[in-house]
Design a protein around this ligand. Structure first.
Ligand code: ZN
Length: 491
């Protein structure tokens, strides 16, 4: 298997030719969500970025095992190993069992991912389902001399590790600065050094998520699950590790240290990070009032939104930026994406109606080469999309009769658009964009209401009542008004 794909490796800080360790197999691990709230705009970007990687590698013929975890334990409110577990806090506030919180938000996350047309990962392991494996990893790091016990908790010894390996090489941070800059927080006194991080935490009496271990009744540190589950499902060396840029430090740096301390070598060949989403130029945050969940985005239910945006508009918007560039959300940008997506889809539709000529005046091969050149250059989707729009102009000229295309080129052009637009970029046709479901339902109800009105005119009360009752059984409330009817969905 040979491809010309080049990807930017965050570790080496340069573009590298993609050569999997064990072609045609590719192992890819991506850090997934901590499931204690609804998925928001910030979750859509890594999901779509690594869906694109998954789709394109599969398209090229690789057999990709894509592992994305669900964090359901160990992610504390404060990154410095202090504070309450995020899931537990939500469970306490809502008076739920922590696993009810996990199930509820995992289901909602999956629904949003399906709306965005991201493919399911091959394996989606939960941290809480891998406590035994995480304990074995802690023991291995202890045995190798890179961790220590302190009052029932186990901490990673950054100093000991840094004597043999290099801590901070992914993010480019220097250990001396980390030691100097990290504030000494309350309760951190059990660490030898403020830069050390928890592998296992002894549970406080009020902490309800805990498991027995050789060291204490407790719970794993947040970074541990990814070192553990990537190794379990992809082996102790694998091809791609992905995630958002915000995870580079401390999360990924800690993962690298753990895996290296346990196995004596680094686990990952290519590190890939997507850049962040800002909202009107500002970092997104609950306190800033610019926090947008995906549900709000799709139904227009947030103050900041001038209208709803269909999942495919959002997907197209994200793909219009290169994954390593920052992406700024604004109503103007989203509206422009909506228009662009519709224009692209209209051209794909009109391709079906084109009849081949005996002569040919267009260069499909050149267009195809440019498109793949863009994809192979570190998945440069904005350039790819601009070439696809050059193709839209070509299609429109053929439709207008100012250019001609022969049968062979028409077949190639149709295949190019089907492959790139649907398979690789993962867009859906306009009718499935997710924005028109309400419209379609409205049309169907209108039709049924008309049949009922006719029945009433003919004094066929049985049919009129039957229609109303059946709609009600389907959750649709039809009400007669003086101008006709109105309908609502039963909530
Ligand atoms: Zn992770």
């Amino acid at each position: 298997m040979k491809s010309n794909l080049v990807i930017y490796n965050t570790m080496s800080r340069k573009k590298e030719t993609f050569e999997p360790l064990n072609a045609p197999f590719v192992g890819m691990y991506v850090c997934g969500p901590t499931v204690y709230g609804d998925a928001h705009l910030g979750h859509a970007r890594p999901a779509i970025t690594f869906d694109l990687v998954f789709r394109y590698l599969t398209y090229l013929g690789y057999k990709v095992r894509y592992v994305r975890n669900i964090t359901d334990v160990g992610h504390l409110v404060n990154d410095a190993d202090e504070g309450e577990d995020k899931i537990q806090k939500k469970a306490r506030l809502d008076q739920l069992e922590p696993m009810e919180v996990v199930q509820f938000y995992t289901n909602r996350f999956h629904k949003n991912m399906e709306q965005l047309n991201t493919l399911s990962p091959s394996i989606e392991p939960h941290a809480s389902g891998h406590i035994i494996e995480q304990q074995a990893l802690v023991q291995r790091i202890l045995d190798n001399g890179f961790a220590y016990e302190s009052d029932g908790s186990i901490y990673f010894d950054v100093n000991a590790y840094n004597k043999k390996y290099s801590y901070g090489k992914l993010s480019g941070r220097k250990v001396e600065e980390l030691f100097a800059n990290t504030r000494q927080l309350d309760g951190q006194s059990e660490k030898r050094n403020p830069a050390d991080f928890a592998l296992w935490k002894k549970a406080a009496p009020e902490h309800i998520m805990h498991w027995p271990s050789p060291w204490s009744e407790g719970f794993p540190g947040w970074h541990l699950e990814c070192s553990c589950m990537s190794q379990k499902y992809l082996g102790d060396t694998f091809d791609i590790h992905g995630g958002g840029l915000d995870l580079q430090f401390p999360h990924h740096e800690c993962e690298i240290a753990q895996s290296t301390a346990a196995y004596g070598h680094e686990a990952v060949k290519y590190w890939m990070h997507n850049n962040m989403v800002t909202v009107n130029g500002q970092k997104m945050g609950k306190s800033l009032g610019n926090f947008i969940t995906l549900d709000q985005l799709f139904n227009g239910g947030a103050e900041i939104l001038e209208q709803p945006y269909s999942p495919m508009t959002v997907r197209f918007f994200i793909l219009q930026a290169h994954y390593r560039s920052p992406l700024d959300f604004s109503n103007e940008a989203l509206k422009a994406s909506e228009k662009g997506y519709e224009r692209l889809m209209a051209a794909v539709e009109s391709l079906k109606k084109i009849k081949a000529s005996a002569t040919n005046t267009v260069n499909v091969q050149e267009l195809s080469d440019k498109c793949f050149e863009a994809l192979n250059d570190d998945l440069n989707t904005p350039i790819l999309i601009s070439h696809l729009f050059d193709g839209v102009r070509m299609i429109n000229s053929i439709v207008a009769g100012t250019e001609k295309i022969d049968a062979e080129n028409l077949e190639a052009l149709t295949k190019l658009y089907n492959d790139l637009v649907f398979q690789v970029l993962g867009l859906l046709p306009l009718t499935q964009s997710g924005g028109s479901e309400h419209e379609a339902l409205d049309k169907v109800i209108g039709m049924v209401a008309e049949i009922r009105a006719t029945a009433k005119q003919n004094k066929d009360w049985a049919t009129a009542d039957k229609i109303r009752d059946e709609l009600k059984a389907a959750g649709i409330l039809l009400k007669d008004t003086k101008d006709g009817y109105e309908w609502t969905l039963e909530s």
